[in-house]
Design a protein around this ligand. Structure first.
Ligand code: BGC
Ligand code: NOJ
Length: 815
């Protein structure tokens, strides 16, 4: 197997040592409002808040070759006319010593070609809407080097979807300004936009270009631009066509000399009344942006912004730090899984190599689950996210399935009716409360569907979430599935026979028959969480009400949702079982086995254990646990999209990684530490690094799916980065296997680790107290005896220390 790089744990970087990775291995820039994705060869794009509506640069999804459009630099030897890209793409000229270091919110690409070393560090300063490209060029030759450097980016005309389709208009509207060496992109600024982007350079220019097709030349691509080949910019000014940004610098470097160049690409808004200078002209008023540009063109400010970014990540990651006997666990928990959780929180499901940033806004179900993975790092942003999500809930208790981040309003195209959606809000809020203890959030008045006058306390929203399910029960008393439940592709009311029709939004049945066992299990889980919340902060009578509802649903599930050896998946619109040994295909599904056990269903009578044994016997593969078995070999009209995928891919029996941690958690709940950690390791990307040629996606982040055993490419991952897998694996390993678990009453320590582990150490900052936890195995079991600051603790929850005490030492004896 080829090696493409290695983990540098000390620096928290993944170092890629050859540019031709199996797929672009990407990273993210930006933490708050300005974001970009960047590949190991500098491909990618940037946007402000919303990858669809405020796209700053273009990127060509689906391009041949892969990964075209990016943050490019060309270097040219003016004596020989040889030119290359220090990031390999787009010229793909051979390089020596190429490395790409993907770090936390920054990427550094470094290479040497013909005795010229170049290094570019890309990052977004905290609090700013711009990215910095810090380029240094060193002459390693023994003679002076006369070089040209050209930058190259392609501006997007803001709305990425329109930009890729509406050519009759778009080829006419592009406008730029070039002023004092800064290239401003201002398409539509003359009319209804008050924002523009800018591309600035710290050095005096030998020229510039802003018209793409003049820069590239007719019939040429990014790999061989005419301007670079000739060695001289044209000072082109774009009018329509494709606005572009290229600076041209000439560099004369003595032997051993290094030059630092700073480039800034950013986004800026002017107040409506101050768009033009002088007023009445069509020239951008640059008075508010110029000081920002000037600030970051100075290297001492760039260095301090980078140091601030590093310490921002130090702080975020210091909330939980573990030292276990397993390197892959430590690396993911301490660095990459936590990082992926933050990126997933920031971007939801909008922009990755696999997500074009146009299709999907912020998902209701997805974002509530993401909370579980990041709430401990940024509780205030979790609070804000919860309130945004709740404001897209409808007064029925149902929810818009997604919203656009720029408008925060529910997306009508996708609409509502995914009947599991509202339950995730309860789980998201529960995670927030357990982490922070901040019950004031429950009293915040939040509207339904943003409708003024409809505001109700968040607690009422949570109650309506449960009632939404109870008001929609089917023939067996199980929840109706609606358009789909967690599994977007189990579309039991769709019956679609028209090509191209959306499986999620078309409905050719009235939805009154098909029921979901998964939603039933999720209901029990959520009702028990809400009961616990009510018990904790009142009203207490709600606690018994929801406990009773949970018990009723549990009884229904045991009666109608049990197949003999595992939990059924659903009943379809024809009243037929889905996920039963009676089915021809799709006899056992993973989701209800995990979720029901997590909800406590079948724990007492051994059914949960039996269901998990069935998972082990039927679904476990070397690459993880597949979603169902046997895979659907043809299209079933009554099941929907799930059977549209070829066997082994996506929801049709891939290892759909999001579901695997549910089984890990369930195994931990029944005390199987070895089994839980074994499942954890099978999909841990770091543990799969050695098979990168098979896995193909980045070894430092989870992917949504790994092709299952029925696929022609088993083990091949797809859809990396933006997936609920990040949050759930983080929860499984940290809260259930390592067992450091926030609860409403305080921090619980209840590890269920492999028998072979002698223990582990952890540091956890929780409600402003730092817990230094040492777990020591004294026997093979999982019972815990806790000692906090030398005093024995009754039970598994460490009492919160008196106000003012900042540290607690915890010993956990496990045996
Ligand atoms: C995918 C699902 C995804 C859904 C979202 C489907 O095509 O297979 O994984 O959740 O689209 O719209
Ligand atoms: C990805 C979607 O974003 C998520 O909401 C869904 O639960 C899974 N696919 C499974 O279909």
């Amino acid at each position: 197997m080829a090696s493409y790089g290695f983990f540098d744990d000390l620096n928290r970087e993944y170092v890629i040592t050859r540019p031709d990775t199996p797929l672009p291995w990407i990273n993210y820039l930006g933490s708050e409002a300005y974001f970009g994705l960047i590949s190991n060869t500098a491909g990618g794009y940037s946007f402000y808040r919303d990858a669809r509506l405020r796209r700053i640069t273009r990127y060509r999804y689906n391009n041949v070759p892969l990964d075209y459009g990016g943050r490019y630099i060309y270097l040219r030897d003016n004596d020989t006319a040889v030119f290359w890209s220090p990031t390999w793409q787009p010229t793909r000229h051979e390089l020596e010593n190429y490395t790409c270091r993907h770090g936390l919110s920054y990427t550094v690409i470094d290479s040497t070609c013909s005795g010229i070393k170049a290094k570019i560090r890309y990052f977004v300063p905290l609090g700013e809407s711009l990215e910095i490209w810090q380029l240094s060029v060193t002459n390693l030759r023994e003679s002076p080097a006369r070089l040209s450097a050209f930058t190259g980016i392609e501006f997007c005309l803001w709305d990425a979807q329109d930009d890729a389709t509406n050519f009759q208009r778009n080829l006419n509207i592009g406008e730029v300004e070039v002023d004092a060496g800064v290239i401003y992109h201002k398409t539509e600024y003359r009319e209804r936009r008050n924002h523009f982007s800018f591309f600035a350079c710290s050095e005096p220019l030998a020229g510039f270009d802003t018209q793409r097709d003049l820069f590239l030349g007719p019939y040429r691509g990014w790999d061989r631009p005419a301007v670079v080949e000739r060695g001289q910019s044209l000072n082109s000014v774009a009018h329509g066509w494709a606005p572009f940004g290229s600076h041209h610098l000439r560099l004369e470097l003595l032997p051993g000399e290094t030059r630092q160049i700073i480039l800034l690409l950013g986004y800026h808004e002017n107040p409506d009344g101050q768009k033009f200078d002088p007023p009445g002209s069509q020239t951008i008023d640059k008075r508010t942006i110029q000081p920002i540009i000037a600030k970051y063109l100075r290297s001492e400010n760039v260095e301090s912004a980078f140091a601030a970014l590093r310490s921002y990540w130090d702080d975020l990651l210091s909330v939980l730090h573990v030292e276990t006997p397993d390197l892959h666990t430590d690396r993911m928990v301490n660095i990459w899984n936590a990082y992926q959780c933050m990126v997933t929180f920031n971007l939801s499901r909008s922009a990755s190599y696999f997500e074009s940033g146009m299709g999907r806004g912020v998902g209701f179900r997805d974002s509530n689950q993401d909370l579980v993975g990041f709430v401990h790092m940024v509780p205030t942003r979790a609070r804000e996210r919860i309130l945004d999500l709740a404001a897209t809930q409808l007064d029925t208790g149902g929810a818009y399935h997604q919203y656009q981040p720029l408008t925060k309003r529910g997306n009508d195209q996708v609409g509502t009716g995914f009947n599991d959606d509202p339950l995730w809000l309860i789980l998201g809020v529960a995670a927030y409360l357990k982490e922070t203890g901040d019950d004031s959030i429950l009293d915040v008045l939040v509207p339904y569907d943003h409708r003024p006058g409809s505001e109700q306390p968040l607690y009422e929203h949570l109650q309506r979430s449960l009632h939404y399910i109870l008001e929609r029960l089917g023939p067996h008393g199980l929840p109706l599935i609606g358009r789909a439940d967690w599994n977007d592709c189990l579309n039991l009311n769709t019956f679609s026979s028209s090509p191209g029709e959306s499986f999620q939004t078309a409905a050719h049945r009235d939805g009154k028959v098909a029921e979901s066992v998964l939603i039933g299990g999720l209901f029990v889980l959520a009702a028990r969480e809400l009961a616990a919340i009510a018990e904790w902060r009142g009203p207490k009578e709600d606690a018994s009400r929801y406990t009773d509802e949970a018990a009723r649903m549990e009884a229904t599930l045991l009666e109608h949702g049990w197949d003999g050896s595992w939990f059924l998946r659903a009943y379809d619109d024809l009243g037929q079982k889905v996920g039963s040994h009676e089915c021809d295909e799709g006899q056992i599904f993973i989701e209800p086995q995990g979720i029901c056990a997590m909800a406590g269903i079948g724990l007492r009578d051994g059914r949960a254990e039996k269901a998990l044994a069935a998972v082990k016997d039927n679904l476990v593969t070397p690459n993880g646990i597949i979603l169902l078995k046997p895979a659907y070999s043809h299209y079933y009209l009554e099941l929907g999209e799930i059977s549209s995928y070829p066997p082994g891919y996506k929801e049709n029996a891939s290892v759909f990684c999001h579901t695997n941690p549910w089984i890990m958690i369930a195994e931990a709940i029944i005390g199987h530490g070895d089994q839980a950690h074994d499942y954890y390791t099978r999909i841990n990307p770091s543990a799969r690094e050695g098979i990168s040629d098979v896995h193909r996606c980045e070894p430092y982040v989870y992917a949504q799916m790994i092709a299952g055993r029925d696929a022609s490419t088993p083990g091949e991952a797809k859809n990396s980065w933006l997936t609920g897998t990040a949050a759930w694996n983080y929860a499984a390993i940290t809260q259930w296997i390592l067992g450091i678990r926030p609860t409403l009453a305080g921090l619980e320590v209840a590890p269920v680790i492999p028998v072979g582990w002698s223990g582990f150490k952890a540091q956890r900052v929780y409600r402003s107290v730092t817990y230094h936890i040492s777990v020591e195995r004294v026997g093979p079991g999982d019972s815990v005896a806790l000692v906090a600051d030398g005093l024995p603790v009754a039970g598994q929850i460490i009492p919160l220390p008196p106000a003012g005490q900042a540290e607690v030492k915890v010993r956990a004896l496990l045996g």
